[in-house]
Write a protein that binds this ligand. Structure first.
Ligand SMILES: *[C@@H]1O[C@H](CO)[C@@H](O)[C@H](O)[C@H]1NC(C)=O
Length: 311
């Protein structure tokens, strides 16, 4: 990996950190290709499954990174035939990522879990995140105070998200549930909530769908001045999302538009990794082939340091 590519990866990670501090999206949200160039950070994130794991790998010496990678690869090789195939790589999109995600979720959960019982109640979350007791929340809600409106709105959204994440309806989130609360995009059962949030933000006439005006106003807000060209592009985009061509985006169309298709992304990533790594072109990856291309699989800062010394 050249220094330039490494810097690109770091930039992408910096952007990712901004995004995830805002909304805790998983690394799989990083654009796979940027300006037509493949994004290494995406590969690394797909394999390691979390920003934390990625950061950790970046600090390792090459030999140590290879040793760790060897263990990861061994676990990927489900049928233990010493080869990693596309079938074994694709579930990365769900299971491996989920496992590492949960690991990364632990410390975040501990922050909210005031009584340390390995679950977070709404009361605990409300107190830590919004500095509210249930009683004070009720009092403030009754006040109808414009200065409180924004905070109360945020609390309400978090409460809905909390309820959606509380799958077994016990009123508290265990680690698996809390992972879905912090990474809603990656969990099917959180998608209804995400669609609700999109509608809330953009469905101004409250008809339960997003028409082109509502859609393009939002796009224009983000883009500032809009040229004729952009308008045409906007319309084309909208038409692509509007699968049944009724001039508005319904819930299913919104879902397909705003939520990543993790399965397709995982498959695409697997195909790419095999293409880049499979030196003898037998359609499967041996440990040697993977370790040969280990910088593609996991980054290593130490390697960049060596490069600096060479320059
Ligand atoms: C989404 O909105 C509908 C309609 O307002 C509501 O009935 C439903 O409970 C919401 N779902 C979630 C998960 O928040």
């Amino acid at each position: 990996m050249t220094v330039r590519r490494y810097v690109t990866a770091l930039l992408v990670l910096a952007c990712l950190a901004l995004v995830s501090s805002h909304d805790q999206h998983s690394p799989i949200d990083i654009q796979h290709y940027e300006d037509g160039k493949h994004n290494d950070a995406f590969d690394h994130a797909a394999i390691l499954g979390s920003q934390e794991a990625l950061d950790e790998f970046e600090k390792l010496a090459p030999s140590e990174a290879k040793r760790k990678l060897e263990r990861i690869v061994h676990n990927m090789d489900l049928n233990k035939d010493d080869f990693v195939t596309q079938d074994e790589l694709t579930p990365l999109g769900s299971s491996v990522i989920r496992v590492t995600q949960r690991r990364g979720t632990g410390p975040i959960m501990a922050h909210y879990d005031a009584n340390g019982d390995d679950s977070v109640t709404w009361k605990e979350y409300l107190q830590k995140e919004h500095d509210y007791t249930l009683v004070k929340l009720e009092t403030d809600r009754a006040k109808d105070d414009v200065d409180l409106a924004q905070t109360l709105q945020l609390v309400e959204e978090n409460e809905m998200k909390f309820r959606a994440a509380d799958v077994d309806k016990t009123g508290s989130l265990d680690l698996a549930e809390f992972a879905a609360f912090t990474h809603p995009y990656d969990y099917e059962h959180m998608h209804e909530f995400e669609v609700n949030m999109t509608l809330k933000a953009q469905d101004r006439n409250k008809d339960g769908s997003i028409d082109f005006t509502e859609y393009s106003d939002e796009e224009e807000c983000n883009a500032g001045d809009v040229s004729e060209e952009d308008k045409v592009a906007n319309q084309e985009q909208f038409d692509r999302h509007d699968k049944n061509k009724d001039g508005k985006l319904d819930r299913d169309e919104i879902r397909a538009w705003v939520l990543p298709n993790n399965q397709a992304l995982a498959m695409e990533e697997a195909v790419h990794l095999i293409h880049e790594t499979d030196s003898n072109r037998d359609g499967q990856l041996s440990m040697d082939e993977i370790l040969d291309k280990y910088t593609l699989w996991v980054g290593s800062a130490a390697q960049t340091d060596t490069l600096h010394e060479e320059l």
